[in-house]
Write a protein that binds this ligand. Structure first.
Ligand code: ADP
Length: 543
């Protein structure tokens, strides 16, 4: 029997309508590429998003057309979030940290019709534009006074929206229509596009706002240290509008000092970012004498994208009194897959034990089903010890890639294989032990490169660590530990190994330690282990 409830569609435009109606004066604070700070509000964001929407329609943008952005976290980028999806077009946020050839590939693959860019990328646009055949209009996200010459012929954002009024009723259409497009970082082959819907975005937002989710609410002042081009800034622009949270946008400045000052000035109590961002933030705190830490009011910090080292979780707690919500996810999961909240029974545990739980990759949330399987696809026990291939399914998990790249990605029961190896405990906490391609297979057993890296970065002289498996004549593969030392620290190889021997099984101990000056990262801050394996291909262990 069909139900008798309204079938009002879950559309992104309804988020900004709600925010502007019921939280009109809540601030959106933005550091701009011109070096200014703009204080806007949900009322203004809606008004300008409507002007922009009309401008897009006037440019000939139709429902389903892709509109690209190459931009930092600013109010203008947030306006694009609502304007583009609001008219049924698809917001395609391109990661500007990718190599120019990848950007060219992605924009062409997505067939972007209009490309909005920050003035910091004017030179890049100038070089790329002859190769971006589908792009009909280029818009610099600035005013006419700051129009960059290097980008070639383009319009100024402020002129584009200034030509329109804000009288617009958002169109209604099915919630299953596409709203935004993000390409995965492409550590395997070409980047592939994940195409989100209005429905998946809104359901994901409800989770961000839920108490056992990210607890986002109108009480929050959010320092958005995760870029708007990184999986829709983990869905926060939408979720913030849903609950009326204040949003603070750092522009291109994600270094420790800039984030510290912005968090202090805007009373931010909630923030999100990849581990590298927090490493920089904490490094600034530790290396700057006389900082008044009481200016930082952070209560909750979401860390995801790569494993949050225990040391970061400890420091956020001990230095700032902030709780870490360790989250796991991927572009294909919108990205929230698990979230590291504690259960009531954990509240009275000693803080070190609580941190052990927080260092896991978070816990199952409603909306994302989790399972682990063996190599034959058979489900494995959720006992916290058995590890296997992590699979997910749910209404904000991808069903396939844009234009069918990569073929069929779901198994016959609808599960998506994440490429991660994890264990799941009875309470639904997951612990990632590796990516399937990074796991070290030694003597028929698996060594977790992530566990070894976490153990190594706990050493006070270690700034960053990476572990890769290299071929070994007897054991098939053995771990090699690569370490970046902290400035002025001079640890010996043996000292690091002794330190590790108290923390990991003896047969896990790396066969060698190499000190390096830098480690390669992807555009989203992940270690590029494929590059490291290539770099150390000819390395031989002395054993
Ligand atoms: P992005 O586009 O965010 O770089 P990808 O989809 O390429 O994302 O990467 C997702 C992968 O990042 C996951 O499959 C997992 O390997 C890794 N990852 C995400 N969150 C965590 C985490 N909290 N701990 C460890 N690894 C993580």
């Amino acid at each position: 029997m069909r139900a008798l409830m309204q079938e009002r569609q879950l559309l992104i435009s309804s988020l900004i309508e709600h925010a502007a109606t019921y939280h009109p004066d809540t601030e959106i604070v933005s550091r701009t590429c011109e070096g200014t700070t703009v204080r806007s509000s949900y009322r203004e964001i809606r008004s300008r998003a409507k002007q922009l929407a009309k401008a897009l329609v006037a440019m000939g943008v139709k429902p389903g057309d892709r509109v690209g952005t190459l931009a930092w976290n600013t109010h203008r980028h947030m306006e694009l979030y609502f304007a583009v999806s609001g008219i049924g077009a698809v917001l395609h946020t391109v990661n500007p940290r990718l190599f120019p050839e990848q950007i060219e590939y992605i924009v062409n693959h997505a067939e972007d019709k209009v490309l909005f860019f920050d003035i910091t990328f004017a030179g890049l646009i100038g070089k790329l534009r002859p190769h971006l055949g589908t792009v009909e209009r280029f818009v610099a996200m600035t005013d006419s006074a700051h129009l960059p010459a290097e980008a070639g012929d383009c319009a100024a954002y402020e002129d584009v929206i200034g030509a329109q009024d804000d009288q617009l009723d958002w169109p209604q259409f099915p919630e299953t229509e596409a709203s935004s497009l993000c390409y995965t970082s492409g550590t395997t082959g070409n980047p592939k596009g994940v195409l989100y819907s209005h429905r998946s975005t809104l359901l994901h937002s409800f989770t961000a706002c839920s108490t056992d989710g990210l607890k986002l609410s109108s009480r929050d002042s959010v320092l958005l240290a995760v870029p708007l081009f990184h999986v829709n800034a983990w869905g926060i622009p939408y979720a913030s509008a849903m609950c009326g949270a204040k949003v603070v946008l750092p522009g291109p400045w994600l270094d420790g000092k800039s984030l510290f000052e912005l968090a202090a000035e805007e009373n931010c109590n909630f923030s999100l970012g990849v581990p590298t961002v927090w490493l920089g933030f904490l490094k600034y705190i530790e290396e700057t004498p006389g900082l008044d830490l009481s200016r930082i009011k952070l209560e909750r910090v979401v860390i995801g994208g790569s494993a949050a080292p225990r040391a970061i979780i400890e420091k956020l707690h001990h230095l700032l009194g902030a709780e870490t919500l360790h989250a796991w996810g991927m572009s294909e999961t919108s990205p929230l897959g698990t979230i590291g909240n504690l259960l009531p029974k954990h509240r009275d545990l000693p803080i070190e034990e609580q941190i052990t739980i927080r260092a896991k990759q978070g816990r199952a949330i409603y909306g994302v089903e989790l399972r682990i399987t063996n190599e034959d696809g058979q489900p494995l026990a959720h006992d916290g010890e058995t590890s296997g291939d992590l699979k997910v399914r749910g209404p904000w998990v991808t069903a396939g890639y844009f234009k069918g790249e990569g073929g069929e990605v779901l198994d016959e029961d609808g599960w998506f294989a994440t490429g991660d190896v994890a264990c799941i405990d009875r309470e639904g906490y997951i612990r990632l032990t590796d990516r399937s391609k990074d796991v070290i297979k030694s003597g028929g057993e698996w060594i977790s490169s992530i566990d070894l890296e976490n153990a190594a970065v706990a050493h006070p002289a270690v700034q960053e660590a990476a572990v890769i498996g290299l071929p070994h004549p007897k054991w098939q593969e053995r771990p090699l530990l690569l370490v970046i030392r902290k400035p002025q620290a001079e640890p010996e190889k043996q000292e690091i190994l002794d330190f590790l021997s108290d923390r990991v099984a003896k047969w896990w101990l790396p066969d060698d330690v190499v000190f390096v000056d830098e480690l390669p990262h992807t555009a989203t801050g992940k270690l590029q282990k494929n590059k490291l394996r290539e770099q150390f291909r000819d390395f031989t262990f002395n054993t």
